[in-house]
Design a protein. Structure first.
Length: 369
């Protein structure tokens, strides 16, 4: 008798943004695909090529696209029947919930925004057979405060970065920062990065011939913010913008950069607005794996990942960052120790093997079929 095909479904209303959350949920599905499970995405347009180009997932060609049964406030019966043949179902919530007929159901939580997790009586009924997956310790903490227990599955860092031999002699005088060019939600604050870079160069001759490279996703709707950043740079040839670059070019910039800056959450009261700070911090980890001396604003996910003066550096304001940069740049012993510690930390904690084992033990072997 032929073995039954195990079906996995996912619905992410933000799928076409192809951001960090999308990469993470698709990474989880990749593990299922490698285990031989059938992967189905509920979406009305074929965006498999865009997904493959953006994230280089090899299993994308085997994805099955299904009609989006969740749009336009579908009936309870329609979603129940549509999901009853599925063994696993993953949902990235936009704040709405629905009954599911799948055997194992998961709500994927990236953003710690209370508005997304309103557990009123109706929602509790809808969620009776769901479990929650969080992207970080930071998000798990806030979910717990709101009465939600979650399975923490953090993203992994590509083996292309983790296993790459780093030639520190090829590092150039570059300060690098990665993040989508937009001003809303958890903005990457490239505006402050530019201002701080200019101030650093004015305060220290050591950084006079450094370049600031800003890379990240760019969409037409963010053109106003992007133009504002270019205006702030004022044709400064030492400030370079790299929108929508390839994965190869991104990894090359990590390889060449000496320093990495991360400003997300700057000036935000994370007790009042945890959704506006960095939820995890994948790019700082990529930078650390690439031998960059990594400086992060002390909030959210990076505050938990970075051990100050051990695997990176934390700062509370721009002046503190500038002072630390000047001191660190003069301390060769500290730079070497921090780089080595950071590379080892990422390899040990955020390899694909660690990620895969967590997915298998928590999601595949944990639930019942």
């Amino acid at each position: 008798m032929k073995n039954k095909t195990i079906k996995v479904g996912v619905y992410d209303p933000f799928l076409d943004t192809l951001g960090g959350g999308e990469k993470h949920i698709l990474s989880i599905l990749e593990v299922f695909a490698k285990e031989g499970y059938e992967i189905n995405i509920f979406w009305d347009k074929d965006i498999s090529k865009k997904i493959k180009d953006r994230f280089s997932f090899q299993y994308i060609d085997k994805l099955k696209l299904r009609p989006n049964i969740f749009k336009n406030n579908s009936s309870v019966l329609k979603t129940l029947q549509g999901l009853k043949t599925y063994d696993y179902f993953f949902y990235v919530t936009d704040g709405s919930y629905f009954f599911s007929g799948a055997k194992n159901n998961f709500v994927f939580c990236m953003v710690p925004d209370k508005k997304l997790y309103q557990l009123n009586l109706i929602n509790k009924l809808k969620l009776f057979n769901y479990k929650f997956i969080s992207i970080s310790t930071f998000t798990s903490f806030w979910l717990k405060k709101w009465g939600i227990d979650s399975i923490k599955i953090t993203p992994y860092i590509s083996n292309d970065l983790i296993n790459k031999k780093i030639n520190f002699e090829k590092k150039e005088k570059i300060i690098f920062s990665v993040g989508r060019f937009f001003s809303h939600l958890h903005s990457k604050r490239q505006d402050l990065i530019i201002k701080t870079f200019k101030k650093l160069k004015n305060n220290s001759k050591k950084f006079f011939d450094y370049k600031l490279v800003l890379a990240g996703g760019f969409k037409k709707e963010d053109k106003q913010y992007f133009n504002k950043l270019k205006s702030l740079a004022k044709n400064d040839s030492s400030i370079l913008f790299k929108p929508n670059i390839s994965l190869y070019e991104l990894y090359k910039l990590y390889e060449l950069s000496n320093y990495y800056w991360h400003f997300t959450g700057y000036g935000v009261d994370e007790e009042k607005n945890p959704e506006l700070v960095e939820h995890f911090g994948i790019t700082p980890l990529e930078a650390m794996a690439s031998g960059c001396l990594t400086f992060c604003y002390s909030a959210g996910g990076p505050k938990e990942l970075i051990k100050d003066n051990e695997n990176g550096f934390l700062f509370s304001n721009a002046d503190e960052l500038i002072n630390k940069m000047i001191k660190v740049d003069s301390n060769e012993r500290l730079k070497k120790e921090v780089r080595n510690f950071a590379i080892g930390f990422v390899k040990k904690q955020f390899s694909y093997e660690v990620f895969k084992n967590k997915v298998i033990s928590s999601l595949i072997k944990g639930p019942t079929l």
